[in-house]
Design a protein around this ligand. Sequence first.
Ligand code: ZN
Length: 459
Amino acid sequence: MRIMYPPFDDRTSAGESMYALVAELFPICRSITGDGLRQTLRRLQQNVPLELVEVPSGTQVFDWTVPREWNIRDAWIANARGERVVDFRRSSLHVVNYSVPVRARMRLSELRPFLHTLPEQPDWIPYRTSYYRESWGFCLTQRTLDALPDEEYDVCIDSSLAPGHLTYGEYLVPGRTDEEVLISCHCCHPSLANDNLSGIAVAMELARRLSERADELQYSYRFLFIPGTIGSITWLARNGDAAARIKHGLVLSCVGDAGALTYKRSRRGNALIDRAAEHVLRRSAGPDRIRAFVPYGYDERQYCSPGFNLAVGCLTRTPNGEYAEYHTSADDLSLVSADSLAASLAACERIVEILEHEARYVNLQPHCEPQLGKRGLYRPTGGTALPDYEMALLWVLNFSDGEHSLLEIADRADIEFSTMLRAAQDLDAHELVRRAPLQPRRDTARRASMINVAQSHHA
Ligand code: ZN
């Protein structure tokens, strides 16, 4: 097995490894089914033991049907001299994704309705799909189209659309309880770097890192690498039990560009995942980088459909549709960077830290401040502003009345959660505060079974 990622926590090298994965996967022609998707998932198996699930074409999944499997070997438009003027081997975007097979000779005027360009961006190839309507077409630059004389062309799309399977990848990092955090990303786009591959790379690295410290995790982490829309619908249709265990979740996409991080809230709007993401983005993101839920976008649409209404938000840098290169050949390797991927990964890890450690603490000596200096906890230099850590000690002591959670205190104090957590753990070690259950659960029966699971794990 090839080891892609160095086993140490170095931000730069993690960014470079993720970028290398994006670059390696970039040329593959993926779709919502087929060998390009399989090849991508098999490559990911080199990093973590991802399970590949194959669902037969024709399987009913809620109101949808798993489509026939699409595979493509080659495609071109050739002029009278046999020169390929449009060549699938140069870009997987050149063929409308899910095109039926075609072999024809036609004049440019006849071919014209099957050609897609971007007149406003004459050097970019558009990305087009036709999953649920039988058709075919080519995508090319406006400049290429403008240079084509009106003569006869040989047209070939060597594809097949036949009963087969829809493939998705699933990987569970088992924590101490069976309550789950879902990390989901789509992997159905062909040669596009930011939309699709950046999310895969960050999710993969997060999975690898969490798997190395699974025994300290409170939650189990389920990673899904699925074709957009039909993949999440298929997973939800087959995994109602697992879906019921999902407490928090994130859809990752477009996390490699230079734009600021953006978080789209879950449909619930004020779930812990929403508050955790907002806390992490608070300093880096402007007010417009926290978005309300809308029933559009990526697979959060399915996870947040009313029958599930899971606490799943969507983390991006520049969101889908808000950058010029979106769904064009300009969403290439130059649009994403190792630094942006690394910063996105860091944001995911900080969100995970909050999910893992959010708690209420109770001050065991609430009458006036305990003397921290004599316990070695407090070493401010007289007359200077208190460092965040010392401030965090005072905040935790004052607001740990059982009413305020650590995240609420961190937000109120405008101090990083990780600093607040360190203060709370230090105060706990000195028996000045005690960790209390977050909140009485409504599903007490489930909670009881959860505790049994945790206890048997420790036994
Ligand atoms: Zn897309």
